[in-house]
Write a protein that binds this ligand. Structure first.
Ligand code: ADP
Length: 219
């Protein structure tokens, strides 16, 4: 069955597509589950990459990724939501372990306080400045650092927001291409973390990510 239906309006379940993708990934399927719109991609090794709509602090996972700033000072958006729901222990640990902050394009890890996770990975994506300030490489390396930290800490699952596309103004289409291709490349090499989830706040962002995932996986 063709995968190209519009995730934003379709409310059906599509059976797994038995076609095998030449890039090494296996079945694909998408479904609507409760209030969450979901698109899921499964590798031959059984690892999955999923797109869901919702607040990242409500998504269970071994590691939850924070869209942090380089001072690790706390802020709005994802950062505000994570510290609000996770409690003060996360900021206490961050200040203690990483007093110099975290350079753009990298990530650090703490425990997760009251969040439904073991760890928070604080990733610093680039501020968008028109695209000629190395933003693409910095965004890719922020995602790669998160995946490496999750692997090193034996995380079975990791939940990402869309880094840099809020206050940092990175154009969503380009950001989604980097986010998803980086994760697909990593899964292709490592097959861990076994479950990668993108928790996307609003439907337009979910739609852009699902279009990009389709394009990347149908190549
Ligand atoms: P950045 O500073 O890296 O741009 P933001 O937190 O401002 O990070 O936004 C990143 C993306 O996360 C934006 O698309 C924003 O809409 C989205 N977002 C904001 N709050 C949440 C949340 N609680 N859960 C998931 N996504 C969120």
């Amino acid at each position: 069955m063709k995968i190209g239906a519009n995730l934003g309006v379709e409310q059906h379940f599509v059976e797994a597509d038995p076609r095998v993708d030449p890039n090494g990934f296996g079945q694909r399927r998408m479904c609507k589950s409760g209030v969450l719109q979901i698109m899921q991609w499964t590798t031959h090794g059984g690892a999955t990459l999923e797109l869901v709509q919702g607040d990242i602090t409500q998504q269970p996972g071994d590691a939850i990724v924070n869209a942090a700033n380089s001072r690790l000072a706390g802020g709005g958006g994802v950062d505000g939501a994570i510290h609000r729901r996770g409690g003060a222990s996360i900021m206490d640990e961050t200040r203690r372990r990483y007093p110099d902050g975290c350079p753009t394009g990298s990530a650090v890890i703490t425990e997760a306080g009251n969040l439904p996770a073991k760890y928070v990975i604080h990733a610093v994506g680039p501020v968008w400045n028109g695209g000629d300030r190395n933003e693409g490489d910095l965004l890719r390396s922020a995602y790669q650092d998160c995946l490496k930290l999750a692997t090193d800490h034996h995380c079975e699952s990791i939940v990402f927001p869309s880094l840099s596309t809020g206050a940092y103004r990175y154009p969503i289409k380009q950001a989604s291409q980097i986010a998803l291709s980086t994760c697909l490349d990593y899964l292709q090499q490592q097959n861990v973390p076994h479950r990668i989830v993108f928790a996307l706040f609003d439907e337009p962002t979910l739609q852009v990510f699902s279009d990009t995932l389709k394009a990347l996986t149908e190549q």
